[in-house]
Design a binder for this molecule. Sequence first.
Ligand SMILES: [Zn+2]
Length: 90
Amino acid sequence: MIVHAELSCLNCGYDMGDVEGPRGASLNDLIFLPIHQGDRLTTDRRGRFQCPRCGGRILPQGVVPVNRPLDPKSVYEADMTNELTRGLLP
Ligand SMILES: [Zn+2]
């Protein structure tokens, strides 16, 4: 099952964007759609998402299953042309 979630910081309220991928997937299998260009999805030593602004903990919220998952290839191509801020994880 593919799920979609919104990522925001528990500490400062920073909205990172959306993430999509198989439930329980590892970081590299997730598609991250940042709100702010240049943001990267990073985790701390415990594997929790980390806020790029304050270093606090990012919590996935509003997790819902999606019927039509994003196509990683098209997302990647959009990122390559710089027409969108959306992109795959490095
Ligand atoms: Zn924060």
